[in-house]
Design a binder for this molecule. Structure first.
Ligand SMILES: Nc1ncnc2c1ncn2[C@@H]1O[C@H](COP(=O)(O)OP(=O)(O)OP(=O)(O)O)[C@@H](O)[C@H]1O
Ligand SMILES: [Mg+2]
Length: 509
């Protein structure tokens, strides 16, 4: 535990923000002190990102709201500044990591001079290495994985202001970040707090909140409903703060396993180095592994979003055309990618349009307008199933909170009754209450005969959802954990011991 926190850096009073027909923030009071880490929690749509965006000046607050940045008493020092990592990261996809890091730096004059560029590149690599990653810094960031991009955004926010009394605000920085990388982020965050910064940290991962926060502030419906030092908070009270009630234990369903629905043989890709696996109808199989293990590539390779270098994929015995997402969809394969805005959703379309996208071809021209009306009813029913908030499917996707966008992306595939469902970080950004509902829906999809492959960095999720979990390392499946052995501890076990076990078993790479 850290020492008592210092003087206030940021004070928010009576902060309100109304959108047409919707009060997103309602009289919020919040003070952030030097040296403290405040966890901001709350259900999807409770107003967390709206608070962040209002602090950032992206939204103007309602009249009467006060946002104050407080210089140290008696000193002529500049007031503290606010630094942000937004939920959507705010990177420019067509620029490289180096260029993204360089944006917003005052010293930049026109184009990068060659010597300057070399220095910047080295600097970028060093910063990234501090977070324990190794990332190609010259390629457009759109080619990077979701977690690699999160690391770039984090590096950009942390660059060059250590040791100052500023406020760092992180809106779900770890939503798609494997736990090893998240650990490194946490030590960086603890580091800046220890040097006198104030930190506001938003996360739906309760473990992270318990681990990192000095104080927990909970929002519900745009209001602060709790503000407690971490000493007074345990996991159960944290859930109550967020959801407003206890969570009922999820009932585990006994599923009948059918024939092999998904068969992958000797699959090779950028990082995947010869993976074979089978998932039976009705089965939920998890995949985990650190950054670079191949875990992040697997689902997109099977679906055909990325083209495999070699390998065979069969759905109920029929080979799938490699690298052709349309053919995969036609064969009954659904895919929820980790990269929601880029691949999973069309942000400018409404929730209803997004929900009906994959099924569109079966509807148009065949059944005519009546079924379109049916589609609309069906879309609304699914919005109810995933607890969409607000439950208005005619809103554009951009206006929904992050977690609610994720619910729509998941629902759009669940409603196609897929034969094979590939899920990459399926509940990223979804709150603890809605997560339970989503897990129930995924189980029901399996009960109805889908073969489900879940790639996730969230070990709690894998244990809650899966029949067995494959652990990947260096492009290979090195271990499988199932039954009574399937615990978070087993999944988080030192990957070296996994490889040791793997080598002992006599296989060769
Ligand atoms: N630009 C906007 N126009 C209209 N409504 C908006 C806008 N931005 C957010 N909202 C609404 O404000 C409410 C709060 O959204 P916000 O994004 O702050 O939630 P959140 O707490 O960050 O949720 P999540 O955990 O899902 O990210 C939601 O009901 C959302 O639909
Ligand atoms: Mg948000």
């Amino acid at each position: 535990m850290r020492a008592l926190t210092g003087d206030p850096l940021l004070r928010v009073r009576s902060l309100s923000k109304t959108f047409p027909g919707l009060t997103a923030l309602d009289g919020v009071n919040l003070t952030v002190h030097s040296g403290e880490i405040v966890a901001l929690v709350g259900q999807n749509g409770s107003g967390k990102s709206t608070l962040v965006k209002t602090l950032a000046g992206l939204y103007s607050p309602d009249p009467g709201s006060v946002i104050e940045l407080i210089p140290r008493a008696g000193e002529s020092e500049q007031p503290p500044r606010l630094y942000f990592i937004h939920q959507d990261l705010g990177l420019i996809p067509t620029l490289s990591a180096v260029e993204n890091l360089d944006l917003g730096k005052p010293h930049r004059l026109g184009g990068l001079l060659p010597t300057h560029a070399r220095r910047e590149r080295r600097h970028a690599r060093e910063l990234i290495a501090e977070l324990g990653a190794s990332i190609e810094v010259d390629e457009p960031v759109q080619g990077l994985s979701a977690s690699e991009r999160a690391i770039i955004a984090i590096v950009r926010a942390l660059d060059g202001w250590e040791g100052r009394r500023h406020v760092l605000v992180l809106d779900e920085p770890t939503a798609a970040l494997p736990s090893q990388e998240a650990e490194k982020l946490f030590s960086a965050v603890r580091g800046v707090a220890a040097q006198g910064a104030g930190v506001v940290f938003i996360s739906h991962h309760l473990d992270e909140v318990m681990q990192l926060a000095d104080r927990v502030v909970a929002l519900r419906g745009g209001r602060v409903v709790a503000d407690e030092p971490i000493e007074d908070v345990d996991r159960a009270s944290l859930v109550r703060m967020i959801v407003g009630q206890e969570l009922s234990a999820a009932e585990s369903s006994a599923r009948e396993l059918g024939d092999v629905a998904l068969q992958v043989v000797d699959l090779y890709g950028e990082e995947i180095d010869g993976v074979s696996l089978e998932v039976r109808a009705g089965e939920i199989v998890g995949v985990t592994g650190i950054l670079g293990s191949g875990r992040e590539e697997l689902a997109s390779l099977i679906f055909g979003q990325n083209r495999p270098h070699a390998g065979t994929i069969r759905v109920h015995g029929r080979p799938l055309a490699a690298g052709r997402p349309r053919a995969s969809i036609a064969a009954g394969v659904g895919f929820v990618p980790a990269d929601r805005p880029a691949l999973g959703a069309v942000m400018t379309l409404t929730a209803k349009e997004n929900l009906t996208l994959p099924a569109l071809r079966t509807v148009t021209g065949v059944l005519g307008w009546i079924s379109r009306r049916g589609e609309a009813r069906d879309a609304d029913a699914w919005a109810g199933e995933v607890e969409l908030e607000p439950r208005n499917v005619d809103r554009p996707l951009t206006l929904f909170s992050g977690g609610n966008q994720q619910k729509i992306v998941l629902a759009k595939w669940l409603r196609t009754s897929p034969k094979v469902l590939l899920l990459d970080e399926p509940s990223q950004g979804v709150d603890v209450g809605a997560k339970a509902a989503l897990y129930g829906l995924i189980s029901r999809s399996a009960e109805a005969g889908a073969a489900v492959l879940v790639s996730s960095s969230d070990t709690e999720e894998l244990v809650a959802l899966c029949d067995r979990v494959l652990v990947m390392r260096d492009g290979l499946v090195v271990t499988e954990v199932a039954g009574a052995d399937l615990t978070e501890e087993a999944l988080l076990a030192d990957p070296l011991s996994d490889s040791a076990r793997f080598e002992r078993s006599g296989s060769e790479k």
